[in-house]
Every structure is written in C-alpha cells, then in structure tokens.
Design a protein around this ligand. Structure first.
Ligand SMILES: C[S@@+](CC[C@H](N)C(=O)[O-])C[C@H]1O[C@@H](n2cnc3c(N)ncnc32)[C@H](O)[C@@H]1O
Length: 930
C-alpha cells in the first residue's frame, strides 16, 4: 500500500505523533511541530509574550505554555473558540479583521510580542491553486499582525505551502527579518505541502511599505525569477535606508502558461506551481473555426470554457452532419467534460479539417475511416488504442470496486469471528451451518436457500441476460469463497474448543464457572416448578440451563444480541455441532439437513444451526422481547433499578452514542480527525496535519477541576515512577534500554521512535483468518536486542534479593543498632556532666569519662536470674530467700532437675541453651520470677 493511499484512510492519519499527542495530552498532533521547531530554534524559552494566530484547538498554545517562562503572556486567536488552556488568553476572531487587531491590542496593552506563531490553514478542499493562494493570503495577514505587534528582534513562525507564491513570501520575510529559515519538522507529514518558515531578528522598520503586506502586490507583481536572484535582492536592499521601502523588482515578460492537458489532467495536478502567471479571466470562449484551423488543438480545449458557433464560418461547421447534438453539448461547456468527450471533440476537429481541406484523409490498412495524426499538437490520437485503454480503465475500476466490497465483507466477517471467539456472538452470524458442508469438499451450498433460489432463477433466465448471469456467478463465487473462509475460521474455533476441553485444567475452570452460573441463577427454578412436565430434570439443571430450555421451547433459538450471556451456551453448542458435523460425510450431512427441514420446531432448536431463519424483523424483535422478559423474570432482578428490558437496551445505545459522539469543537470524533481543526475537508496535499486528538472521558473529567493542567501531569509521572520503583526493571530488554540511556548510547527520542514500528500500525484485520491473527499476536512482536551486561545485572540483582535476610532478622538487627545508639547517647550525656564538674581534676575526669564510654561500648549483660529450689527453709517461703541478690526464680526440686537434664540434652545435641526467659514460659506450675 502506497503512502499516499495510506494517508487517505483515517487509519493512515493516526500515526506516531497522533498517539504521542493523545498520550501526552496535547489537543492536536500539530503540537509536535512546534515542539520540534522550538527544539531547533529555541524561540520559546526566552519569550515573555506570545501571540498564536489560528490557534484552535490549542496544541501550539499548550506547547507555548509549557516551554515559556511561568509569568508569560500567551494570547491565542482563531475563527473557532478555543477551550480554555491554563495560562493562555484566547478569543474567537478572524485574523483578517480589524476587531482581531483591536482585541490583540487590548490583551497586550503596552507589551510587545517576542514571538508570533501562525499555523493557520484556510477552509480548504477545493482546487489546489485556490487553497494554496488562500493559505498564502493568510500568511500575509498573520505577517501584518506580526509587523504590528512584534518587538524588535522578535520571531515570527509561520506555515507556508510550497506553491508559486512561496518564493514571493520568502522575499518579503527577508526584507523584514534578519534571518529567515524554512524547515519541515519530522512530525509534518511528507505528503503535506506545508513547510514552516522561522523568521528571527525582526528588524522593526519605522515604516513598512504597505505593498509588502498586500497580497495583490506580493503575489502578482513580484517576479519570482528576480526574487530568486540573490544579487537582485541584495541590490534592492542596498538601495534602502533602514525603515524605508525596498524597491520591489518589476515583473518581466510572462511566458505562456502551461495549458492544462485535458487528456492527462492527473499530470497537471502533480505540478504544484500555484497560479499561472497572468491568468485573470475566469471565462473564455473560442470560436469553433479558429480552433479547427488553429495549431493547438489540445491547448485550446484546456484553456477555454466554450467553443462557440457565432460567425458565419463557424455556422458552416455547425451545419455539418458530423456536428451532432453530442458534439454541440460538449462544445457548450468544456470544463465539465471527461477524457472520452475530449477525444470525441478531437475526432470531430479532424473531420472538420478534412472537410475544410486542411488535411488529407490518411488511409490505414484495414480501416475505412481515416485518422489523421495531428502534427501541430504532437498528440497522436489513436482511437483503437484509446478505446482499449478506456475499456481497460473501466474494467480496472470495476475490479477495484469488487475488491473493495470483498475486503469490507471479509473485515466484517473477521470482526464477527473475533466476537465469536470472545463468546459475544452466535456462529449463525458467520454462516457456519453452510461452511461445514463446504469444508467437506462439496461444491454446492446445499443449505443456502438464497443460493438455491438464485440457481433456479438462473435456469429460467434468457440468453440476453447472460452478462448479468456472469456477474451473478462471479458474485456467487466471491460469496462462496467468503463462506469457505468463514467456515475455516469456525472450524478453527471448534478445534480450539476441543483442544481446550481436553485440558483437565480448562475443564475444572469451566465446571467452576458453570457452578457459579447455577448458584447465580438458582432463582429461576422456583417459577419452573409450577406444573412443568419435566420439573425434576429442570430442577437438577439449575437456573441457567432452565432458562435456556424454556427459551428453546418457546421459539427458535437464534438471537444475535451480542450482549446476551445466553449466547455463550448457544455458541458452545454450535461449535460442538460444527466440529461433529465436520466429521460427518457429506451425504450424511445433506440427509441430516433434509430431515431437519421436516422436523418439528423443537428439533429445529436442537440442530437449528443448519436452517436459515425466515423471521421478519418485527417477529424477531417480539421474540427478543419475550426472551428478555423471561431472562429478567428472575426474582434476583426485582427491585434493581434500570433493569427494565427496554430501558436497559436504550441505555446501552445511549452509552454507545456518547462514546462515539463528537465532543466539542476541538475534541474530535473519527470524522473530525479527517478535518483540519474542524474546518471541513482538506485536500491531501494541503494537509497541515492537525489531527485533533480525541480525549478520554477521564481527561474531560480532569478538565472539570478548576485550574487543572493536564499536560505533564506531575501525579502521573509520580505514579509511573513509583510503579517502576516498586516493580523495578524486570526484563532484560528494559534493563538493556536503561543501560543504553545511562551510557548515552540512546536518546529519549530514539526510544520513542523504537516504540513505533510496523508492529504498531500493521493492518491486522483485513483479509486475515482468525488463526493467523492469533498466531501473529503471539509471535509478531518487536524484537528488542538485549546485552550480556543487562542479563548479568538482572541476575546479580536477583542473587542479591535471594541473599537478603528475612524480615525478622533485619528487625532484630535494627533493634540492636538502635539500642547501641541509645547507650552511646546516654554515655555521651554522662561524659558531658562529668566534664562540667568543677571540683574534680582533669585526670580524674578523663578516667571517669573513659569508664563511662567503655561501659557504653560493652554489650549489656543479660540479667542473671537465680533459681532457688523451694525446699528446707525455702519451702512455702513468702518473700526473698536469704542470701539471694537480684532476680530469682523459686522452683520445686523436680523442675530444677528437669531444667538441668534439658540443658544437658541440648548441649549434647549442639543446640543453644534455652534462655531462662524462654524457659520461663514453659514453667508448668505457674511459678515465675518476681
Ligand atoms: C491547522 S489549524 C491550527 C492548529 C493549531 N496550531 C494547533 O496546534 O492546534 C488551523 C486553524 O486555522 C484557523 N483559521 C483559518 N482561517 C482563519 C482566519 N482567517 N482567522 C483565524 N483563524 C483561522 C482554523 O479555524 C483552524 O483552527
């Protein structure tokens, strides 16, 4: 797919910068153009006052506000109102109007602007030349304002289209600014003819010649050839005193403009030269005789609006038999003719020339009519070849249309298959009942009623309809291929189901799910008990199965309500039916289908996937309502607001609409994305890349906060940072990139560039089967190279993590450290006190301090607990036993023996002696230290 084609589609427009703008909260992708221009020229950082002309939706304003110092004045103006942007003043006005100038004066007061920005694009989409001219005029209007409001030395940044006026504009810029540089930032699409001109060092002349700012003068009277001549420009400037008007070079003789070659209009389009010089008249007529006799046949057709038959000489031609009504009509308005018409006119001209004796008829072998090659125009007109070409073109167009339609159908089918995989759809939707048969190798779609009708109809058709029959055939063939594709997809889904079902884990999961459903829908069993023939069975099935069964009994089970959970069950059944069916021989399948046609409704339900529904729209709606009524019949729903079936449906639609609905002016829907700043369609070459970025609902909410500034949201950065801090760089790829960033092997923009690759924008839906997409999803990924060092770093980090002590140990260590610090602090205070005592000699003081400090450094001794056996005088003792100091524990004899034995055993086993404190807990008889 060529780039140009890509660009035409909405998807082609949503490129890297569109997504970046969305991600970074810019209102349009155009914001990146200013970011990139500023990166190159650095005009925003030092500016205190900025005027943004044609600023809607406000991407440039956001950038200006981000890069300019906090207290700067930023004023934005556009034809359409701009949603408020923090730190920016905006108003809606035409930049050509005096009101705009007055309002700018009002906002700026006595300030002068350091920078004037202009990214304006007129409401384009007409002819290229007109669009280009309007753009050039808009540039001049912005220059007019820049000249009025810019401070000396200020900058003017403007968008210009590469048209014939481009050089003229550049010449004017050069007169007013010290430095003028044209550049195309990377974010500006290559297909767009726009280019940005950055003019710096404004000369601020005391008086500017009004002709500089007058489009009539700048674009019409300036000779581009002279402007390109540097010497001429220099000479023009040399002659000027500062502040006075430079002499504008006079326009030289205009050469004859290239006429539009009516037989090759597409070539003309590619020539972006803007206006032909000297073309001021909109309408011109050419007398028929003059055209026939003249040398420039093709040019005559391109340059004129009409061929007239006013004079007697012309009337002679008008009376000629070859001057048919068709020819007359063609001559009446040349501007509406196509290639074929022009060819007819040229043939008529040759005939007239022969009639007038200006050309001798030239006989070609095997041809009765004579075609004269027109020497003057150097345009040989070979009718056979041309007609052949024309036919070829028409065929090509038709094939293209067919291909497009087919692609659309395939896309729709792919979406349905996807929905089916997500259990959002029924296999009926993709015609699975038909494709199963097709998969068996059958050439006929036996169960396709429409096909049968078509084939029987074709039997009756007459010979005269053979062409339409052929068309039908090719259509049928396409449909058959589509169905075959659909069948393959369905078979793939069935295969996946089978594989999954073989997996024990999957079965367990499904069982759990089924149980949940039953629990959830048990409520349905209650009404079902009312006199149903197969009550017991239904009870044992639970709510879900029950409601399904009831539905099946009521009518054909063929809903396409995508939201319905009921379809899950149907889908499973259909998939299983498909997988079983695919194993049946072809004839058996046909027999089965015939039998089904005769079967009762109930049986149809069981195998109903093979029958095309004949329901009308209203019946279907009524049935769906009944289904919904049964569903919401469940007492579980009682008292739940908004679960009225109809209302629920409506709500859903509304939600969908809201999501898809365009928001306000600057916030766009898909349609708006194709517009330039919401100003209607624009010619692709004129595209100025203002892809307005739609905003999330969350973003809108954020805006509701007063003074909330979404761009560069600190909180978001903080959240991201914390996430990385918490999770760390866990993959070798991330580690590699991080290292490359640190080592300056890669820059931030390199990383952003790497993030956008073919993997982001590959068309993955068109014409591709589901199994392929799934496989692609797994394997079609960007392969980011990793380095040895990154792997080593990750491993080292993992080892360090593994070696980390457990939490309790870490806590104990921290406690120990804390206590040591406390001891030291205490000792320090003591030492200070000692130092302050006056009646002690220095030597003694030093000795005491040393003692205190050494004591503090010693680990504290564990307090000794003396164990005292309660016998003899100590038996039944109340109070402290005699001769025992410090803490003591009174135990009986047996306990003391047990403790000793335990110590011995522990020593033998090499265990640490059980501390007296922990031992204390084990005292069985409740004795404890006092
Ligand atoms: C390409 S958009 C500007 C995008 C803007 N720089 C941004 O970053 O969001 C062009 C804008 O020019 C505006 N425009 C065109 N003609 C205008 C005029 N005569 N006066 C004011 N604005 C004009 C359009 O309304 C449109 O919003």
């Amino acid at each position: 797919m060529g780039k140009k084609h890509e660009k035409k589609t909405a998807k082609g427009r949503l490129d890297k910068f569109y997504w970046l703008a969305k991600e970074q909260g810019f209102r349009s992708r155009a914001a990146f153009k200013l970011v990139q221009l500023n990166k190159k020229f650095n005009f925003l950082e030092g500016a205190r006052c900025c005027i943004d002309l044609c600023a809607a939706p406000g991407g440039w304003l956001q950038v200006a506000s981000k890069y300019m110092p906090p207290s700067s004045l930023i004023v934005g103006v556009d034809l359409v109102p701009i949603k408020p942007i923090p730190r920016c003043v905006t108003f809606a006005e035409d930049i050509n109007s005096f009101r705009c100038r007055d309002q700018l004066r009002n906002e700026l007061k006595d300030w002068k602007a350091d920078i004037v920005l202009h990214d304006g694009a007129p409401n384009v989409g007409t002819a290229w030349v007109q669009d280009a001219y309007q753009q050039a005029e808009l540039v001049l209007a912005s220059l007019r304002l820049a000249v009025e409001f810019l401070a000396p030395g200020g900058s003017f940044v403007t968008k210009v289209f590469r048209s014939k006026d481009y050089n003229n504009l550049l010449w004017v810029f050069n007169q007013l600014f010290g430095s003028v540089e044209a550049t195309k930032p990377p974010s500006s699409r290559n297909v767009s003819a726009e280019i940005f001109v950055v003019c710096t060092e404004y000369k601020a002349p005391k008086r500017v010649d009004p002709r500089f700012l007058d489009p009539k003068h700048v674009f019409k009277d300036l000779d581009p050839a002279a402007l390109r001549d540097v010497d001429a420009v220099a000479a023009a400037q040399d002659g000027q005193a500062e502040g006075s008007t430079p002499v504008l070079p006079l326009k030289g003789e205009k050469g004859a403009s290239a006429q539009i070659n009516v037989l090759q209009p597409e070539k003309q389009r590619r020539k972006r030269e803007g206006y032909d010089d000297g073309v001021h008249i909109l309408y011109s007529a050419l007398p028929a005789r003059k055209w026939v006799e003249g040398p420039h046949a093709i040019d005559g057709l391109g340059a004129n609006n009409e061929i007239t038959f006013k004079d007697a000489a012309d009337k002679e031609l008008l009376a000629h038999e070859k001057t048919t009504e068709d020819i007359k009509a063609c001559c009446a308005d040349l501007k509406v003719l196509g290639k074929g018409d022009f060819r007819n006119l040229l043939r008529w001209r040759i005939a007239m020339r022969e009639h007038l004796g200006l050309e001798a008829p030239v006989k070609k072998p095997g041809e009765s009519t004579v075609e004269v090659v027109e020497e003057e125009s150097k345009e040989p007109v070979d009718s056979d070849q041309e007609i052949g070409e024309e036919l070829e073109r028409l065929n090509e167009e038709r094939n293209k249309a067919l291909r497009k339609e087919r692609r659309k159908r395939n896309e729709a089918r792919a979406r349905k298959v996807l929905k089916m995989q997500l259990h959002m759809n029924t296999p009926m939707d993709i015609g699975q009942e038909i494709t199963d048969e097709t998969l068996q190798g059958g050439t006929e779609d036996v169960f396709d009623l429409t096909h049968r009708r078509q084939s029987s109809a074709s039997d009756d058709s007459s010979e005269g309809e053979s062409q339409s029959e052929e068309d039908d055939k090719s259509e049928n063939e396409l449909e058959r291929l589509d169905r075959l594709q659909g069948g393959l997809d369905a078979a793939y889904v069935a295969y996946k189901e089978r594989v999954a079902e073989r997996d024990a884990k999957w079965r367990a999961r499904e069982a759990r799910k089924a149980n949940q459903n039953r629990e959830e829908w048990n409520g349905f069993s209650e009404p079902a008990q009312e006199g149903q023939a197969d009550d017991s069975e239904e009870e044992s099935e639970g709510g879900y199965d029950l409601v399904t069964r009831r539905k099946m009994k009521e009518e054909t089970y063929n809903t396409d309500d995508e939201e319905s959970d009921l379809e899950d069950l149907e889908h499973r059944k259909a998939v299983l039916a498909a997988s079983n069916g695919s194993r049946e021989p072809n004839s058996a399948l046909k027999r089965k289908a015939k039998a089904q046609e005769q079967d009762s409704d109930d049986e149809e339900i069981e195998t109903g996937n093979l029958v095309t529904t004949l329901e009308k729209g209203t019946d279907r709606q009524a049935r769906q309502s009944r289904q919904a009524a049964i569903w919401f019949d469940n007492p579980l729903f009682k008292g739940v607001n908004g679960l009225d079936f109809g209302a629920g449906d409506h709500d859903y639609d509304e939600d969908e609409e809201e999501e898809g609905s365009p928001q306000e002016g600057d916030d766009s829907s898909e349609e708006e994305e194709d517009d330039e700043g919401g100003n209607g369609d624009e010619d692709e070459e004129m595209d100025s890349d203002v892809e307005v970025v739609p905003r999330n609902v969350a973003d809108e909410d954020m805006d509701d906060f007063e003074g909330e500034w979404r761009y560069g949201d600190e909180d978001q950065d903080e959240v991201k940072r914390k996430l990385i801090e918490r999770k760390g760089l866990t993959t070798a790829e991330a580690m590699t990139l991080a290292q490359q960033l640190v080592n300056r092997e890669k820059t931030k923009s390199d990383l952003i560039d790497m993030g956008f690759s073919k993997h982001n924008f590959a068309e993955k839906t068109a014409d591709l089967p589901a199994w392929f997409l799934e496989d692609e999803g797994k394997h079609y990924k960007a392969n980011v190279p990793i380095t040895k060092e990154a792997m080593a770093a990750l491993r080292a980090r993992q080892r360090a993590l593994d070696a980390r002590p457990i939490k309790k140990i870490a806590e104990a260590k921290a406690r120990k450290k804390f206590k040591a610090a406390q001891r030291l602090e205490k000792a320090r205070k003591k030492a200070d006190n000692l130092n302050d005592t006056v009646d002690v000699s220095e030597r003694e003081k030093a000795k005491d301090i040393e003692k205190v400090l050494s004591k503090a450094n010693k680990p504290t001794k564990k307090r000794q607990i003396t164990t005292v056996v309660a016998r003899g005088p100590n038996r039944g003792l109340k109070g402290r036993p005699k001769g025992v100091k410090g803490r003591y524990r009174l135990v009986d004899r047996r306990q003391k023996k047990e403790m000793r034995a335990q110590k011995r055993r522990d020593k033998k086993a090499g265990k640490k002696t059980v501390s007296s404190t922990s031992q204390k807990k084990r005292v069985p008889n409740g004795y404890g230290g006092r």
